[in-house]
Design a protein around this ligand. Structure first.
Ligand code: TXA
Ligand code: MG
Length: 324
């Protein structure tokens, strides 16, 4: 359970939007309306702010998040657009369409927000308050639906309050959302694929493209990985050994806490102070860096399994699983 914060509740005035941008800039969490559902926003470039989203939603899993930007131009530094992705963005943005694309070089979005993937989901919401906030903030905002994990998505600020009071810094009330279901997600990583049906009908997209979208592999509702990410999930080249209390020859060390075994050629600490929010923020980038060090294996110290530790351990278990 994350520590309780005093949640403020503001009508969506200009002052409230300016305040929301300040809270985001300070690494806080702001729930705000989009045309689909209310989103739980954080600064996409701040790993610790992103980690707080997962914690606030409860039963945390590091599913990749959608980066929201004010307009298509602001999406260009984040993702590599194919011609067809550009076409769809031109026709449907702002609107309930999320595009999954290869990450751009130098993309400023934190590794945690994309769950260590080489791809990124981007969208431009069609809602004045959301876009005013994104413009005022000036950086991408990641925002899953602003509900507790397992609950239905919120279409009223009151729904957000019921689910997240005491877990977010600010809720901006902009009245009911108009679309009421989440955005449609299309990936352009390989064959253009419908990853999630949503507020924009697939037929509208197919009409513009001139062909049918492929369907994502069906996955169970409670599947830990999102559609479309199973095949592209980041797995280190080096073997991963969990719950390590020592370092073996040739291993790099992914440490946690202030008591660290010696002997590693390369060591990175997820959080020397034992803070799970900090550890989550560092997880994917540290794994990548240790892998790039050329070590044959990565020894990972034990991580407590509470709050964000559950998701951290879930991801580490996947990284350590035998390769196909
Ligand atoms: O309408 C919406 O999209 C709302 C509002 C707030 O914008 N947001 C939303 O976010 O529904 P969320 O986190 O509940 O859903 C995001 C979906 C997840 O299924 C996630 O797996 C998928 O997007 N996703 C994000 N990045 C991805 C990636 N790189 N590859 C595949 N799927 C991705
Ligand atoms: Mg959701």
């Amino acid at each position: 359970m994350p520590s309780k914060v005093a949640t403020r509740f503001l009508d969506a005035t200009r002052d409230a939007i300016a305040e929301a941008a300040r809270v985001l800039g300070a690494g806080g969490l702001v729930a705000f309306p989009t045309e689909t559902v209310y989103g739980l926003g954080a600064d996409a470039t701040n790993g610790e702010a992103v980690a707080r989203i997962y914690s606030a939603k409860g039963r945390p899993q590091f599913n990749p998040l959608i980066s929201h930007v004010a307009d298509a131009k602001a999406a260009l530094p984040l993702a590599r657009f194919t011609d067809e992705a550009k076409l769809l963005a031109g026709v449907f943005w702002p609107g309930p369409l999320t595009l999954v694309l290869p990450k751009a070089d130098g993309c400023p979005v934190s590794e945690l927000a994309t769950a260590g993937l080489d791809s990124i989901a981007v969208r431009v919401p069609d809602h004045t308050i959301a876009r005013d906030l994104l413009k005022a903030f000036g950086r991408p905002v990641v925002a899953p639906s602003a509900n507790q994990s397992g609950h239905v998505s919120p279409t009223l600020a009151e729904h957000v309050r019921t689910d997240l009071d005491g877990r977010v810094d600010l809720i901006v009330d902009g009245g009911p959302t108009s679309v009421g279901i989440e955005s449609t997600i299309v990936s352009f990583l390989d064959t253009p694929t419908l990853l999630r049906p949503g507020g924009l009908p697939r037929e509208a997209i197919e009409r513009v493209l001139g062909y049918e979208l492929a369907d994502a592999e069906p996955v169970a509702d409670n599947a830990p990985l999102a559609p479309g990410m199973l095949s592209s999930h980041y797995a280190p080249r080096a073997g991963v050994r969990l719950n390590a209390i020592d370092v073996r020859p040739g291993e790099a060390l992914l440490a946690f806490g202030d008591v660290v075994p010696s002997g590693a050629a390369t060591m990175l600490n997820l959080s020397a102070s034992g803070d799970l929010v900090e550890a989550a923020a560092n997880l994917f980038s540290h794994l990548r860096a240790l892998d790039a060090s050329g070590a044959a294996g990565i020894a990972v110290m034990p991580i407590p399994n509470d709050d964000l530790g559950e998701a951290i351990n879930d991801r580490l278990a996947r990284a350590a699983a035998p390769r196909p």
